[in-house]
Structures are given as structure tokens and as C-alpha cells.
Design a protein around this ligand. Structure first.
Ligand SMILES: Nc1ncnc2c1ncn2[C@@H]1O[C@H](COP(=O)(O)OP(=O)(O)OP(=O)(O)O)[C@@H](O)[C@H]1O
Ligand SMILES: [Mg+2]
Length: 479
């Protein structure tokens, strides 16, 4: 039986089920050289291929709480894109979490503490074009609308420095402003000249021109000393790529040439003036695909959520976050409810198809079907169950400050229950290790436990202790 027939018969068997509508299979199915496989729909088990020719644009947004599976999805996606289309990828890595994977995958990691980027480099642009870009980055990161006079001073100084100095750097710019007595303006720009880091003030060692066709590249922004520096670097690289891709002819071809990933780039993902927004808004204009991922949907500008061709909503718990997404995507109550109960890798997917007759669809995907097996721990909290991948969970415990020995004790408890543990038991263990209620509560929230259950867990833990106290006492009396 060929795949199509098999699917049709499977679907026929399932059609009697009552379930939310899924997009017609012809929009989801694709040949493996035309689309990227991500998983199967929950109800009809239709394999979902991401085929940007069927979508209004090739941009992708991903949201979900920590550990929900955002980075895993990105990795799976890029791996398959490289295999099918030989796509290049640039990951702007805010938190340094792609580092190891990129190395393993044979890609290149550029550590930006060591390399440098001359912000004033023209990289093929005219001086006035580059000044416009620099000013727009400063507008966002230095909130220049609140400093009108300084804004003017900086712009003027930029024009002057390009005139006076060959291959100027940010240091030249600041010293020019200081010489001219523009102290405030100079101080603002100095935000990017953190002491001990001459990252922006040296000549570039980063070969921007080559980045877009170097296979898999991870730009580790994590090693830069401040969030401002990370954001400015991220923006600069995006500006550069956007210009480069604008100049390149749009080719009608099967695959996507370049993927650019921005993960946790909150400062530049929610500002109207940022290139992240422009790129998404301008849709198919550029020959590349932008992937924006975030734990916190409200860090993602509404324009991104309502304009990307594909949106993956992984597990979300906070009402505020869920509403924020739902206001733009308008899915059913049913899907909204499911999103808080998702296990690792489960997703609600919204796709805007380009066929005129097709509207946007949100449907459920049963786990992103990735390249690595999943070892899941289940935590039971009242009627709620939370799934968290084993390694991710160990990492979270480690970040909470547990020693290796303590982490092992927790793991043993999980393994005893065949991977399942009551939250109250986890709380007592953490209490035993000396953690305060406040930090345990924060930890539970981070895991995605709903507020009402957090209270429940604590009263349950207390009750257990109380009865245990009674039992201990009786035993003593009996002795
Ligand atoms: N679909 C999946 N199949 C198998 N394993 C998965 C899947 N999704 C996630 N995992 C595993 O779950 C763990 C957490 O996933 P991931 O790192 O992608 O989370 P995240 O959403 O990026 O979290 P953070 O916001 O903290 O970066 C990882 O160990 C990953 O290997
Ligand atoms: Mg991640």
C-alpha cells in the first residue's frame, strides 16, 4: 500500500471522531524534497511537512515555557533543512544553548567575546545607508526618542567621523563627541563600550560577507558582557543580512537558502522599529526565513505573531501569555485548554496558507517528531500532570543549586515511580535540602505548575508532615 492510500484508509477510520478541524491533507502533505517533516496531526495522524511554497511567507515563530521544546524544534528543523535543501543557517544565540549542538553537527561557533565587530563597518553599504541603520539600532537600544538633542548630536558626529577618519570605530565616535563637548551624547554611546571589552571598538574579525553561505553557524552572543551589547550585535547582523538578501535576486526554487534564528531576543523582537519586525512584515520579499523563539510571548511583537506564515505554540501556562497569543490567532477554547496541558514537544500550529481560498488554521501536533529519543519525567500535581524531559529537569535542578548528589536522590525517586513523582514528594525533598518556600514556589512556577495547584501542593506537603508527626508520636508512645 503506498503512503497516500494508507493515510486515506487511516483517516477514513478516524473520521467519525469528533475533533477540532484540521487543515485539508493536501496542504500538509508534501514530498520529502519539497517540505520539512515536523510531526503528525493529533487526530487524523496526517504527516505535517513545512512547505513554504504553500504558505504566505517562510517566517516562523515559536513560543513555549522553558523546557517545552523550542530549541529542539529549531534543531530538528535546521538539521532536516540542511539535508533536504542544503540550507545555510545562522543562529543568533542569546543564551549560549546551541553551542554544543552546532559543534556536534559539524557547524561553526563564533564566540563574540573573542571575535570583534566594528559597528561602523560599511559592509558594502553607503555611508548614509549605514548611518541610518546605526541610528535605528540606537533608537531602539538607547531609547533616543527621549533624548532628542543627543540623537541629533550622535547623528551629526557619525557623519563627521566617516568624513574625517578612514575606517572609523565606535571609540573614534565617542572621542569626537567628547572633544566637541557633547558629553551626554558621548555617555549614551559609551553604553556599548563596556570596560574590559573592546568588542565594538576594534576592526571586525567577523566576516559578515561570508556568513550567509557558511553552512551552520552559531553566533554566541552569550559571551558578550551586557544585554545592550548582545542586542546591538544581533541587530547589526540582521541589518546586514537583510540588506544582503535584498540585493540578491528572489529565486523561485524549492528550498530555503538561509535560516536565521533569533532565540530569546526580547529587546529586539518587540520593538516596532527593529529589523526583526520589518523582515516578518515584508513577508516574502527576502530570500530567507527568520525563526523567532521566546519563552515569553509578550516579548514578541504582535506583528510577528499575526504575520508569520507558521507559528508553533508549545506549552504555555500563564493566562496572560495564552491570551496574548490567542488574541492574534483566534483559536478555539478547546485548543486554548490543550496548550496548558501539553507535554514536551506537543504543539498547536498555526499556518497561514497562500491559496486564496484557504484561511489560517490552528491544529494540534502530537509531539515534534525529532531526531533524538525523549526521556520524560512526569510530575503529578493534583489533577494536573507535567512532563519534563529528564536532562532538562536535571539542568533546572542544577540551576536551582542542587549538588550532583542531591540531583541523583531526586532522580532515584523518579525512577522508582517509573518516571512519575508526586509534586508534594518533590517539595519535601527540596525542603529537606534546605530550600525556602519562596524558592520552591518559583521553581514550581518555572516548571509550569498552575498557581492554584502550587497552593495545593504545599498544603498537601504540610498535611503529610502533620500525619507523619502523629504517627511518629504514637510509635514513640508505644515504645
Ligand atoms: N519533541 C521532542 N522530542 C524529544 N525530546 C524533546 C522534544 N522537545 C524537547 N525535547 C527535549 O526536552 C528538553 C528541553 O527542550 P528544549 O531545550 O528544546 O526546551 P526550550 O523550550 O528550548 O527551553 P528553554 O526555554 O529553557 O531554552 C531537551 O532535553 C530536549 O532534548
Ligand atoms: Mg531553548
Amino acid at each position: 500500500m503506498d503512503l497516500k492510500e494508507h493515510l486515506t484508509s487511516q483517516m477514513a477510520q478516524r473520521l467519525f471522531l469528533v475533533h477540532p478541524p484540521e487543515p485539508p491533507p493536501h496542504l500538509l502533505l508534501s514530498t520529502p524534497d519539497q517540505g520539512i517533516y515536523v510531526g503528525k496531526t493529533r487526530w487524523l495522524n496526517v504527516p505535517v511537512f513545512w512547505d513554504y511554497n504553500k504558505l504566505i511567507n517562510s517566517h516562523i515563530a515559536i513560543v513555549g515555557i522553558t523546557g517545552a521544546g523550542k530549541s529542539y524544534l529549531v534543531k530538528t528543523f535546521l538539521t532536516r533543512a540542511a539535508l533536504t535543501w542544503n540550507s545555510n543557517a545562522i543562529i543568533l544565540d542569546w543564551t549560549g544553548e546551541y553551542n554544543r549542538w552546532v559543534r556536534q553537527a559539524g557547524g561553526r561557533v563564533i564566540t563574540l567575546g573573542r571575535e570583534s565587530l566594528n559597528l561602523l563597518e560599511l559592509a558594502g553599504l553607503s555611508v548614509s545607508e549605514r548611518i541610518k541603520q546605526i541610528m535605528s539600532a540606537f533608537d531602539i537600544l538607547l531609547t533616543l526618542h527621549e533624548h532628542v538633542e543627543e540623537r541629533y548630536d550622535i547623528e551629526e558626529a557619525l557623519e563627521e567621523i566617516y568624513d574625517k577618519v578612514k575606517d572609523p570605530t565606535l571609540v573614534d565616535l565617542v572621542s569626537l563627541m567628547e572633544k566637541k563637548g557633547k558629553k551626554h551624547a558621548a555617555r549614551l554611546v559609551k553604553t556599548f563600550l563596556v570596560e574590559g571589552s573592546d568588542f565594538f571598538s576594534r576592526k571586525s574579525t567577523l566576516e559578515l560577507e561570508k556568513l550567509a553561505n557558511s553552512g551552520l553557524v552559531c553566533i554566541d552572543l552569550h559571551s558578550l558582557p551586557t544585554e545592550e551589547m548582545r542586542s546591538l550585535t544581533g541587530l547589526t547582523i540582521l541589518q546586514f543580512l537583510k540588506e544582503k538578501m535584498r540585493r540578491e535576486e528572489l529565486k523561485e526554487k524549492k528550498g530555503v537558502n538561509l535560516f536565521v534564528v533569533v532565540d530569546e531576543a526580547w529587546k529586539i523582537a518587540n520593538d516596532d522599529r527593529s529589523d526583526v519586525i520589518t523582515i516578518v512584515r515584508e513577508g516574502r520579499k527576502y530570500n530567507f526565513s527568520l525563526i523567532v523563539a521566546s519563552q515569553n510571548p509578550t516579548d514578541m511583537h504582535k506583528t510577528i505573531i499575526s504575520n508569520v506564515g507558521t507559528m508553533f505554540v508549545l506549552r504555555l501556562v500563564l493566562r496572560e501569555y495564552k491570551n496574548y497569543i490567542r488574541n492574534s490567532l483566534n483559536y478555539s477554547d478547546y485548543i486554548d485548554n490543550e496548550i496548558s496541558g501539553f507535554g514536551v514537544g506537543d504543539a498547536a500550529v498555526n499556518m497561514i496558507f497562500s491559496q486564496r481560498s484557504e484561511k489560517a488554521h490552528t491544529f494540534l501536533l502530537d509531539k515534534i517528531d525529532g531526531e533524538e529519543p525523549l526521556f520524560v519525567y512526569t510530575i503529578k500535581v493534583g489533577k494536573m500532570t507535567i512532563e519534563v524531559e529528564r536532562e532538562q529537569f536535571s539542568r533546572m535542578l542544577y540551576e536551582l543549586g542542587l549538588t550532583d548528589e542531591q540531583i541523583n536522590l531526586v532522580k532515584v525517586d523518579f525512577e522508582r515511580g517509573d518516571g512519575t513523582l508526586e509534586a508534594s514528594r518533590l517539595v519535601s525533598l527540596l525542603e529537606k535540602f534546605g530550600y525556602s518556600h519562596t524558592s520552591i514556589m518559583t521553581f514550581l512556577r518555572q516548571l509550569g505548575v498552575e498557581e492554584k495547584f502550587i497552593v495545593e501542593v504545599f498544603s498537601l506537603t504540610r498535611r503529610r508532615k502533620a500525619t507523619k508527626g502523629v504517627v511518629d508520636m504514637r510509635l514513640k508512645e508505644e515504645e
